[in-house]
Design a protein around this ligand. Structure first.
Ligand code: CMP
Length: 142
């Protein structure tokens, strides 16, 4: 399995001063930052990022929310990063997320769920390329 994943700390968490706490939890869990930046997506950029969800009932709310304020995107490295990170963030619905997961601690709803993690190595490649150029990566091989 690949050794990198793409995460986004979502607008609500950034706005509410939880960015540092979430980044700390990620580092403490063994991930290393290979790239990181804070930016604001345009609505059409959020639609492009989440293109696979086009047509689903939550697509408009999701892309409105993701373009509503600053987000922090990062490339994380660790062995088995994609699968382990999905476990660390917890279920999409915070009411179903396990104790100790990032969504249990910081999410407030399925849309306002604090954090994103790539769902496969193929998604991780695509999502890392969406946010980061080669020059922006602190390791040249990821
Ligand atoms: P994320 O991991 O960023 O990837 C897709 C997002 O769609 C997901 O987090 C949720 O915020 C959102 N999502 C997925 N399923 C639902 C749902 N049933 N209702 C509302 N939002 C959803």
């Amino acid at each position: 399995a690949g050794n990198k994943t793409l995460t986004i700390i979502k607008p609500f968490a950034v706005k509410n001063g939880k960015l540092g706490a979430i980044l700390h939890k990620i580092e403490e869990s063994g991930y290393r930052f290979a790239a990181i930046k804070t930016l604001k997506l345009e609505k059409h950029e959020a639609e492009e990022f989440y293109a696979e969800h086009q047509g689903k009932p939550f697509f408009d709310d999701l892309t409105d929310f993701m373009s509503s304020g600053p987000i922090t995107a990062a490339i994380l490295t660790k062995e088995n990063a994609v699968e382990d990170f999905r476990y660390l963030i917890g279920a999409t619905d915070p009411s179903e997320a396990q104790e100790g997961t990032i969504r249990k601690m910081f999410a407030t709803s399925k849309t306002r769920n604090a954090i994103h993690g790539s769902d496969s190595d193929e998604s991780a490649d695509r999502e890392c390329d969406f946010f980061f150029s080669r020059r922006e990566r602190l390791k040249t091989d990821i």
